[in-house]
Design a protein around this ligand. Sequence first.
Ligand SMILES: Cc1cc2nc3c(=O)[nH]c(=O)nc-3n(C[C@H](O)[C@H](O)[C@H](O)COP(=O)(O)O)c2cc1C
Ligand code: SF4
Ligand code: SF4
Length: 258
Amino acid sequence: MIFYFSGCGNSRHVAETIATSLHDTLVFIPEAARENRYEYALSEGERLGFVFPIYAWAPPKLVLDFVKKLQLASMPDYVYFACTCGDECGKTENFFRKAMEEKGWSLSACFSMKMPETYIGMPGFKLDTEEKAAQKIEATEATMKRNIPRLINKEQFSEMDLGKAAWLKSYVINKSFNKYATDDSKYHVDLKKCISCGKCVEVCPLQNIKLPQGEPVWHGHCTMCMACYHHCPVNAIQYGKGTEGKGQYYFKKTEDRS
Ligand SMILES: Cc1cc2nc3c(=O)[nH]c(=O)nc-3n(C[C@H](O)[C@H](O)[C@H](O)COP(=O)(O)O)c2cc1C
Ligand code: SF4
Ligand code: SF4
């Protein structure tokens, strides 16, 4: 069984690829949490997997919150996670190992893959060029090809892109990020551009957006995945002044619009 989260499709692609190879079932974490589905049973020898993007050098808070509440009928014998990041994951592995220990489970394997950047909410953050994005996707396909057999064989391994000053980023900056940078009140929409298509409502994994009078309204429980910003077909959504002119990305966007 694979529990996964994804805002802009990078991690969904990874989760789907692993699930196909392992003939495994996928559970989308925000949906399960919304429906209070925390109790699961694994078949004998079934692997327990998690796939998610890196948010501020750690697993997204909603993933860790879900893990805390997750209940299994029996002890999993092989637990792994696969995560996607723009560049570096910091001490993500430590966060996850601790979450597993708190449940009395142990992490057997983990690996990270660089995928196209999705976070552009602050000055200095920008999307990858199309060329760099394509290179990252190609490298991820190769990493999956190499590591999926290791999951099938239940190998113990850790292959993470830590990056520099990992401790500071994961344990200090991450706290401020979760406290201050997931505030959706900075989202605003250019009403001259908005065509009331409802795409932002449809893609929000937390059902945090409503369209009462044909224009989006954010409702204060945002994880800052930026899916609403990236998927708007007329680029009418901005986050403060940090996103102006920075372009949009989601997995397979180029194919969608060609
Ligand atoms: C809120 C937020 C925070 C992020 N923080 C990091 C980070 O700390 N390190 C990193 O390398 N990438 C970071 N990224 C980039 C994503 O981890 C990366 O683009 C990921 O593949 C997105 O996955 P998704 O398409 O499944 O949502 C961040 C993205 C978002 C939206
Ligand atoms: S996706 Fe864009 S155009 Fe569509 S309703 Fe939302 S803001 Fe308006
Ligand atoms: S409101 Fe936008 S950024 Fe926040 S969770 Fe929904 S789609 Fe993601």
